[in-house]
Design a protein around this ligand. Structure first.
Ligand SMILES: [Zn+2]
Length: 455
């Protein structure tokens, strides 16, 4: 059975449907996004205005803060984002912004990144706002933000740098929530505690313009840039087996040989190739978690087919692991490009943030364990890393402990869900949205209990 999204926002799935249908598509330009639409939806859901921060027309975030009972106790913030990446209808079973409910699933752009969690967090927070849950010792903050998908300048970064009093916290829940690893004996819930750092590079070359009918002796700016991106794309990227990765591989159910191969720098590439035969999404993710990744993404040169270009530019997406410095990126580029190409190119940093992480211990970690134990009957958590950049980094830079966690039924595996981030047929089961809301509700309550018993 298929139904279109309704406009009521009575429960968590209705809220998800409305957030998807709002189509807050962030294409990286200031006038895109339109997150104010979803701020209005949340204001109706909460029946409360909150504090709206709108640094650019339409690019709104909304913050609610409930005072705790003990001014000394640490604050917990829920930080979902409201924007989504663009989607064309091509290849989708249902149009990406129709927010179609069919066969127990909600389909649409944002279903897993991350409007499912946005809706779940809102439903948890509403119980505290309405006085239906016992207040926490510390403040409880809900901040639904704009612009996560394009760097956060109109969202989390703006709030942290300009409105810290509003979002101030010691503990944070945000991205990424992913399905558990299931075997017949165990359900292991991944908790995102770390993320890679972007270290994007711009390559530029200058030459001399001329008639393309007579290329002899010309200085064509396109050639060194094209040569460089081809080499960078083909080169084996450097392996780094981090402590985070070893801990993750130890924590998930795996065949013993695969497990050993994944933490051995000399065997990790062949092991990933083996995983790829069954689960290409998981393989791609495992590769990203064990390598400095390098992906050329853009190339600009020339104005006309018969004119030698005197300027060319290439963009390369590079991501570092915890412990890798930006000097390691420069080193890799030097080795791959060799002296001749390097001399012809200007290489400059674009987006640069270090990898960030929070230790998997302390009251929020313990509270997640308490909640997972209640839901699954056992305390199997595994700390995981995400290759993507999230709003957690702005908070971790201020010393905040930040994690991402959710709960999913078995309709989609960990690997399949990773493939849906920014992909086609993004979807989530209604049951998973309800499970995530229930888990997060338990996490918040257990966090309060943990703080009470330790103070
Ligand atoms: Zn996201």
């Amino acid at each position: 059975m298929t139904t279109r999204g309704s406009s009521s926002v009575s429960d968590v799935v209705d809220l998800l449907v409305e957030l998807i249908a709002n189509a807050c598509v962030n294409d990286g330009t200031p006038d895109s996004g339109g997150e104010l639409r979803s701020v209005r939806t949340l204001q109706r859901f909460f029946r409360a205005e909150g504090t709206v921060i709108e640094p650019h027309p339409g690019r709104a975030s909304v913050v609610y803060r409930i005072a705790g009972t003990d001014p000394e106790a640490p604050a917990l913030a829920l930080l979902p984002h409201l924007d989504v990446v663009p989607a064309s209808s091509e290849g989708w079973t249902y149009p990406p912004f129709s927010a179609t409910r069919a066969d127990g699933m909600v389909w649409g752009r944002g279903a897993v990144d991350m409007l499912n969690v946005t809706a779940a967090m809102a439903s948890v927070f509403r119980r505290y706002l309405d006085g239906d849950a016992e207040p926490l010792p510390g403040d409880l903050v809900f901040a639904a933000v704009a612009d996560e998908e394009a760097g956060g300048a109109f969202g989390a970064e703006h709030l942290v740098t300009r409105h810290w009093d509003l979002v101030r916290c010691e503990f944070l829940l945000t991205e990424v929530a992913a399905p558990p690893f299931r075997t017949s004996e165990r359900v292991v819930v991944p908790v995102t505690v770390a993320e890679k750092g972007p270290a994007w590079r711009r390559l530029r070359a200058h030459g001399a313009t001329g008639h393309a009918s007579q290329p002899y002796g010309s200085r064509n700016a396109l050639l060194p840039v094209a040569g460089a991106v081809a080499r960078l794309g083909d080169a084996r990227s450097p392996v780094a087996i981090t402590d985070e990765w070893v801990r993750f591989v130890d924590g998930i159910p795996l065949d013993a040989e695969i497990r050993a191969g994944l933490v051995d720098p000399d065997r990790v590439d062949e092991t990933i190739d083996r995983i790829a035969q069954d689960d290409p999404d998981l393989a791609r993710w495992a590769h990203a978690c064990t390598h400095l990744t390098v992906a050329p993404t853009m190339l600009h040169a020339g104005a006309k087919a018969n004119v030698i270009p005197d300027d060319a530019e290439g963009h390369v997406d590079v991501r570092t692991l915890p412990g890798q410095e930006h000097a390691d990126v420069d080193d890799h580029f030097r080795k791959v490009l060799g002296p001749t190409l390097r001399d012809e190119l200007e290489i400059e940093p674009m987006l640069e943030f270090p990898a960030t992480g929070s230790v998997p211990e302390g009251p929020l970690w313990d509270a997640i364990g308490d909640a997972v134990e209640r839901v699954t009957g056992a305390r199997h958590l595994v700390a995981s890393m995400t290759p993507v950049t999230t709003d957690a980094r702005f908070f971790r830079a201020r010393g905040v402990t930040a994690y991402g966690v959710g709960m999913f039924d078995d309709s989609v595996t960990f690997g399949e869900m990773l493939g849906m981030f920014h992909g086609v047929d993004e979807r989530v089961s209604e049951r998973s949205v309800e499970l995530t809301a229930a888990l997060l509700s338990d996490v918040v309550a257990a966090f309060g209990d943990r703080i009470r018993t330790h103070s």
